[in-house]
Design a protein around this ligand. Structure first.
Ligand code: NAP
Length: 325
């Protein structure tokens, strides 16, 4: 099979398309024919070799994917060959024509949800759900600012929050991104590149502040987020790419709090809740991943450059089955 193989940590150019042996499922494992692989910013951090998650070399990247069940290992009984599924991690990596997974990492994908959309489920929606409902404990009627709402996690947060009765607000850096944020359920959208947009944010909630802020770039925004919080407001740090300076008094007077999360630390029970909520959301039509860009697997390096650029629009996915074309 074709797979992206990383033999040394480094820039996007270390993502090389190679011929790799087809994995054989052992007991309790499932081989999935990958139709689409989701590209997440964390894939680029891992590839660079500077991240907390540092796999043994060589490795095939990719946590998210969707496709069909190809072969079941002994004792794997939850699926049958041909079933449509999405992956929430895998054993062998999803940037490949086939991925080996433990049965527990495989989840049903309804017919109404395409494979590319399915590849945008686990990390983005899992992170958004974990932040909103396990950390912020957001309640219907509360106001939520999604600071960076045009990308994978942001769109997921807007959809999940709106379906739960939260009043959602978002930011994006481009006109196209802002249109997407409004379309996906924000009451109002702001340009995080606009000088003074924080004043406009404060005005949008009549100076009361936001009950919850989901932060995608804490190194840039955390200090100012604290000034935008309501009494007992909570910031949840989802993404950060450097150091941040805060003024603790901004929290003290508000009885505010800062939470910080990674999906990798979610418990088994939290994971089960996430997948149950995603199944219900897909059935109800409220969970609908937005795919902004599809690239052939051979262009994995380009996908890693693109996911780190400004101007996000939902998800970027790779199409492994185009690898032979
Ligand atoms: P993405 O699809 O690349 O989207 C990035 C988002 O950040 C876009 O909405 C982008 O807006 C926005 N952004 C850019 N500059 C910003 C600024 N100055 N202020 C606020 N937002 C800004 O990435 P993603 O998949 O949504 O992930 C978002 C972040 O969360 C990443 O840092 C990622 O590593 C992290 N993450 C963490 C976890 C976890 O477990 N903690 C899980 C998933 C993702 P424009 O492009 O429109 O400017």
């Amino acid at each position: 099979m074709k797979a992206i193989v990383v033999r040394e940590f480094g820039g996007p150019e270390v993502l090389r398309l190679e011929e790799a042996p087809l994995p054989k499922p052992a007991a309790g494992q499932v081989l999935v024919r990958v139709m689409a692989s989701g590209v997440n910013p964390a894939d680029t951090y891992t590839r660079s070799g500077t991240y907390a998650v540092k796999p043994e070399l060589p490795y095939t990247p990719g946590t998210d994917g969707a496709g069909t069940v190809e072969v079941l290992g002994p004792g794997a009984r939850r699926f049958k060959p041909g079933d449509r599924v999405y992956l929430a991690r895998s054993i062998s990596g999803t940037y490949a024509e086939y991925a080996l997974a433990a049965e527990a990492q495989v989840h049903p994908l309804p017919d109404a949800v395409g494979f590319s959309e399915g590849a945008g489920l686990y990390v983005p929606y899992g992170a958004a759900y974990h932040a909103l409902f396990h950390h912020a404990l957001a309640l219907p009627g509360e106001t939520v600012l999604v600071h960076g709402a045009s990308g994978g996690v942001g769109v997921a947060a807007l959809q999940l929050g709106r379906a739960r009765g939260l009043a959602m607000y978002g930011t994006a850096g481009t006109e196209r991104g802002r249109e997407l944020v409004l379309r996906e359920g924000a009451r109002a959208v702001f340009d995080h590149g606009d000088p003074g947009y924080q004043d406009a944010l404060a005005h949008a909630v009549e100076g009361r502040g936001f009950d919850v802020i989901l932060e995608m770039l804490a190194n840039v925004n955390l200090g100012r987020d604290l000034k935008l919080l309501a009494t007992r407001g909570r910031v949840v740090v989802i993404g950060s790419r450097g150091e941040a300076t805060i003024t603790p008094r901004d929290l003290m007077g508000r009885r505010g709090s800062i939470h910080a999360m990674t999906l990798w630390a979610a418990t088994e029970a939290e994971e089960a809740e996430i997948h149950a909520a995603l199944a219900a959301g897909m059935e109800a039509g409220s969970v609908r991943p937005v795919v902004g860009r599809e690239l052939p697997l051979a262009e994995a390096a380009q996908s890693h450059r693109a996911v780190m650029e400004r101007g996000a629009f939902g998800k970027i996915v790779l199409l492994p089955q185009a690898a032979r074309g």
